[in-house]
Write a protein that binds this ligand. Sequence first.
Ligand SMILES: Cc1cc2nc3c(=O)[nH]c(=O)nc-3n(C[C@H](O)[C@H](O)[C@H](O)COP(=O)(O)O)c2cc1C
Length: 387
Amino acid sequence: MPVITCIEDLKRLHRKRTPKMFWDYCESGSYTEQTFRENTSDFSLLRFRQRVARDLSGRVLDSTMAGTKVTMPVALAPVGSTGMQHPDGEIHAARAAAKFGVPFTLSTMSICSIEDVAAASPDPFWFQLYVMKDEDFVDSAIERARKANCSALVLTLDLQILGQRHKDLKNGLTSPPRPTIPNLINMAMKPRWTWNMARTPRRQFRNIVGHVKNVTSLADLTAWANEQFDPKLDWAKVARIRDQWKGKFILKGVLDPEDAKMAADAGADAVIVSNHGGRQLDGALSSIRMLPSVVRAVGDQTEVWLDSGIRSGQDVLKALSLGAKGTMIGRAYIHGLGAMGEAGVTTALEVIRKEMDITMALCGERDVKNMGRHNLLIPQDFEGNWA
Ligand SMILES: Cc1cc2nc3c(=O)[nH]c(=O)nc-3n(C[C@H](O)[C@H](O)[C@H](O)COP(=O)(O)O)c2cc1C
């Protein structure tokens, strides 16, 4: 068993153990991948202030996110096709999150269904909704999430139109993979994945198959999914979905302060500053650079969280210091999952917690809720002077 000390170690194992098309699906951004790269590299522009000779005993990482108690302010982001990174991936991730005391968010485009995860997870989880043209599907997904006791609805706003990732097109990505010769050869080289995948019945988008009229085959499903994202989603529709759901309502994929104001006015319990991990609008600024302006715009009205680019507990602390109340991680836990299933997700969370604890202490803080701008050295041009 290799010694895992950082998310990078899990990433290497994930790559080794997962078929190429799903590794590429995870580890890519749209077009030139500029935003994907800068999401991570921009964190390194921020530095911590080292403080000494302070009482650092009894340190606390607990917090709350939209009223949910969390053992650290880090939730697992919705990631489509998680069950292709590791067989039954959503179930493994939900269990690891529940045991650790952080929220798990199930994507609309998951392999395991809402009902599969509800039956396997010891705690309520959050459900992420994509608004589809098929209104019956949207209504029934909301109803199914309510029945499954999901404790928040996360509505994603930045994918009305699909961004293009070159690798997915070149790989001919589908879930499950088509039995082409290159795919069969690649799967034969990943025996653990292939063996476990053969033993689970969960190999296609189970939130959709069986819940949408006339979608029974892989071809039907691919055609349905590609043309279903609703380009007409607007703030009126957001308000309708909020009224329909009634519970905790989180808006994800907001990068601009003006949109953040609309999201706060729409009654969001939290707004997630996110560019979908660099998978949608290439050329947009990184989430961490946009965070301060969103906090200034709506930080006194609603909770502001950040995702996109977090690869360590240090990144989490930088986001909190700039005013985020919580964070979400995507690839950081998917690397753990692809490496070692549930145990790998737990390891990813442990790595992040340890990095947060040590870094917070070396910054002279005992409670994560006290982290603030006073803990950072921020370059003068960090937000940029854009015309
Ligand atoms: C492989 C992959 C699939 C994703 N699928 C979804 C999805 O189904 N719904 C959604 O709202 N966001 C989705 N996202 C975006 C994540 O929720 C999150 O915003 C992103 O991963 C954060 O960036 P990070 O991976 O750098 O942490 C996906 C991200 C990845 C990497």
